[in-house]
Ligand binder design. Structure first.
Ligand SMILES: C[S@@+](CC[C@H](N)C(=O)[O-])C[C@H]1O[C@@H](n2cnc3c(N)ncnc32)[C@H](O)[C@@H]1O
Length: 293
């Protein structure tokens, strides 16, 4: 393959970087190139574009997103069932009551864009299933290819990360049960500057109630923006919500995920390149509503 064609099809671990003439160390894996996944800068989250969504979370089959982990779980189930059957009736009942729950998504990256945060989280939390949710189809396709390439390149890694195209402002409860999530990320959400468009903002009081429903008590909701007014907006909505309390700076310093907010995602890297400031607001889901002043 000519060097030009090799670059076009992508062959480096970093996906978008050229190989600068050096011989790749690992088996060559084609990574997707962002330029083949150009998409409109914004889409209206309040329009009625239809998405295929399950009626209830329990109707959704996650095997397409996490094939290896789901197959391993099914094998364990089958082995436990066979062992219980061999042990006889009472044993079978015991095995059924102790049945292992199916692996479930715990982290979501809402509006994941090109997937930078997800890719970082996947290796920091290898035992946690995580899902990027993105409304733009080409961007979602890029992230899907990116994860597939990383899985091929590093067998056994990235099998806990996946992406799904949907409108996260409308359909989260179709995918997740009450209290299922332990972390929700909102990195550099669209600012929707005009007052008439503030209802399109993905952090608002009504949606925070929905996010609180989906988060386990003690779960964290992470936000970051480079738009001061939006940073202040998210802070005020979270401060005003009875089911959230601000996480202290000391706790954030000890938290791996909090350290990834500013620079892991493509938008964060762009902001850093341009020398922009960022506004980070992270909150904990309370078990009981906070008394209102
Ligand atoms: C400014 S970009 C930030 C992307 C990424 N979080 C980052 O930091 O690089 C905002 C992203 O949110 C996506 N988005 C906006 N509204 C959404 C919605 N309702 N559901 C899912 N994704 C949405 C956009 O398509 C876009 O990719």
């Amino acid at each position: 393959m000519s060097p030009k064609r090799q670059r076009e099809e992508g062959s480096t671990a970093e996906g978008d970087k050229g190989d600068k003439g050096q011989k790749p160390q690992k088996e060559e894996v084609a990574h997707p190139r962002k330029r083949f996944y150009r998409a409109r800068a914004h889409s209206n989250p309040l329009n009625d574009a239809s998405f295929d969504v399950p009626t209830r979370p329990e109707d959704y089959d996650w095997s397409e997103h996490y094939p290896e982990l789901m197959a391993e779980w099914r094998e364990r189930q089958a082995a436990a069932g066979a062992a219980a059957a061999a042990a006889g009736g009472a044993g079978a009942e015991g095995a059924a009551s102790g049945a292992e729950e199916a692996p479930a998504v715990r982290f979501v990256d809402i509006g994941c864009g090109f997937g930078g945060l997800l890719i970082k989280l996947a290796t920091h939390y290898p035992d946690t299933l995580m899902l990027g949710m993105e409304i733009r189809d080409k961007v979602t396709a890029y992230v899907r290819e990116r994860i597939a390439a990383l899985r091929r390149e590093s067998p056994g890694s990235y099998r806990n990360a996946a992406v799904l195209r949907t409108n996260a402002m409308k359909y989260l409860p179709n995918f997740f049960r009450k209290g299922q999530l332990t972390k929700m990320f909102f990195l550099f959400p669209d600012p929707h500057f005009k007052a008439a468009n503030h209802r399109r903002r993905i952090i608002n009081t009504q949606l925070l109630t929905e996010y609180a429903h989906l988060l386990a008590p003690g779960g964290w909701l992470y936000t970051i923006s480079d738009v001061p007014e939006l940073g202040e907006w998210m802070k005020s909505k979270l401060d005003g919500h009875p089911l959230f309390e601000r996480v202290s700076e000391e706790e954030l310093e000890r938290d791996v995920a909090a350290g990834l907010l500013a620079l892991s995602s493509e938008e964060g890297q762009k902001v850093a390149r341009n020398g922009g400031a960022t506004y980070r607001n992270v909150y904990r889901r309370l078990a009981q509503p906070r008394p209102q002043e």
